[in-house]
Structures are given as C-alpha cells and as structure tokens.
Design a protein around this ligand. Structure first.
Ligand SMILES: Nc1ncnc2c1ncn2[C@@H]1O[C@H](COP(=O)(O)OP(=O)(O)OP(=O)(O)O)[C@@H](O)[C@H]1O
Length: 258
C-alpha cells in the first residue's frame, strides 16, 4: 500500500494587480517527512502554505493529496485531512485555555464527524505535552506570546490530521519549548503516518527539525532537497542575500555554549 503523498504541480499565484507572487512551484512530499520552508521576508512562504492548506485558491496549478486534487475533495474531508496554523491567530475574548481547546474538540466531533473514539486524546496529557497545564483556567487574552502559541499548537495536535501546515510555529517560543516542539513533531509524523511542513526564520530550529529543506526566493522555489544535503552546501549566504554579514552571524553563534 502506498503511503500518504502531497503534491503541488505548476502552481502560480497572482495578486489582484496581476503581480506574480508565486511562480511555477512544483514539489512532492511523502509520509513521515518534516519539511522546512526557508526564505527572506516576503519570499512567498505564507502565501504558499495558505494555498496548500486550501485557504487560498491558486491562480493556476494543482495541489493534490494521494493523487486527488484538493479542489475536488469536499470541504469536510479536507478539513479532517489538513490542519493549518496561521502566522498569527486573533485571540477570542471570554475563553480560558481549557474552554478554547474543548470547543475545538466539540467542533471535531460535531462538524468533522469524528467519533469520540477517533478523537480520544487524553486532555490532561495534551496540556502536559505543550506545558500549558498550569494555565488551563487562564483567559487566553492574558497569555504571553509563547504560551498562546503553545495553546494553538495543542489545538492542532488534538485534531490528529494527516497533514500539518505550520506557519512559523516556533515564533515566540523559547529554546526549551522549541526543542519540545521538535520532539512532538517527530513523534507526530511517525504515530499518525503524517506529513508536517512549516515555515521558519530560525535556522537552528530548521536544522533540528527538518529532514527536507525547501527555499523560496521572490516567489520561486529555488531549493528542495534532503536536509543534510542543504546544510552541507553552505548556501545560506546566497539564500538570504547576505553581504559578508554571515561572518558576524556564525561567529556569534559559535560563541554560545551550554
Ligand atoms: N493577497 C495579497 N495581495 C497582494 N500582495 C500580497 C498578498 N498576499 C501576500 N502578498 C505579498 O506577497 C509577498 C509574499 O508574502 P508572504 O506573506 O507569502 O511572504 P513570507 O515569505 O511568508 O514573508 P515573511 O517571512 O515576512 O512572513 C509579500 O510581498 C506580500 O506583501
């Protein structure tokens, strides 16, 4: 039996002024992969992730899961298959952490027609996994940036989707919680036979988490390879348009020790 496959073919995205924001993007990801999208601000990462999540329609081209175009997949099935973490998520008022997560659980059971069994995640271990147990009764508008990000991650984790699309999931997280997220993602892809792809600006996080690296530059996919190949090639300077600023970056990084 073939495993899970996610494919993007000849994808273009033009804005309302007909300016091309994404140009002829092609890639294919398989079950068990964790893929990091790298690239400068404005390269097109969030736009591409939104299209992959089915939140934005491409101007041209196709996104498919197991050879089935997502435009042909009904919304219900698609929202069961894919979970998307946006770069920023507005906080609703009058909800504490527990209520926010339980609401998602109810949505899953009611609207996504998942059975209680299919959705039998242990709530207290979910809170523990994302280190939010002590915040369970706190209003979500009072959480710190990192605590709020962990609640959003917990929300997505309990959906148990096959494909997680995470836009800067490490943003706001401290080092300890970034490492925890790496562990959680690795566990997730194996346990759920899933694919996770994400965008980040933290190269160290990318190196820890990804087994595949893709790079976008000005709306063009300029790189797609296994992570080891990417890191061995020393192409960061080119990828980020650095003018000898790399020396400063690497010197300061090397000086850190634990
Ligand atoms: N709907 C839209 N209409 C017009 N321009 C848009 C639209 N969406 C995004 N853009 C522009 O497209 C470019 C890519 O934006 P995008 O948010 O995808 O970049 P990014 O790589 O995620 O950047 P960052 O690292 O800063 O989050 C930017 O120049 C942005 O201003």
């Amino acid at each position: 039996m073939m495993g899970l496959n996610f494919k993007v073919k000849t994808l273009f995205y033009l804005d309302y002024n007909r300016k091309t924001l994404l140009k002829d993007i092609n890639f294919e990801f398989n079950e068990g992969e964790i893929i990091c999208f790298l690239g400068n601000n404005g390269a097109g990462k969030s736009t591409l992730l939104k299209i992959c999540a089915g939140v934005v329609e491409p101007s041209y081209g196709q996104v498919s899961i197991n050879q089935e175009k997502i435009s042909n997949i009904n919304n219900l099935y698609r929202s069961r298959m894919i979970s998307w973490l946006p770069q920023s998520f507005t906080r609703a008022e009058n909800f504490n952490v527990e209520e926010f997560l339980l609401l998602e659980r109810e949505n899953n059971i009611k609207f996504l027609q998942k059975s209680n069994n299919e959705f039998s995640i242990d709530f207290s271990s979910l809170l523990r996994d994302f280190d939010i147990a002590s915040q369970a009764k706190k209003e979500i508008i009072l959480l710190s940036g990192g605590e709020w990000k962990r609640v959003q991650l917990a929300r997505i984790w309990q959906r148990k989707s096959k494909i997680l699309i995470l836009d800067e999931p490490d943003g706001d997280l401290d080092l300890k919680h970034k490492i925890n997220l790496v562990e959680k993602c690795r566990e997730y892809v194996v346990k759920n036979k899933a694919i996770i792809f994400l965008a980040t600006h933290d190269l160290h996080f990318a190196k820890m988490i990804a087994n595949r690296i893709c790079a976008l530059n000005n709306g063009v996919l300029t790189w797609n390879s296994e992570a080891d190949i990417f890191w061995n090639l020393n192409i960061l300077k080119k990828l980020y348009d650095l003018n000898n600023q790399d020396e400063f970056y690497f010197k300061s990084k090397e000086s850190l020790s634990f």
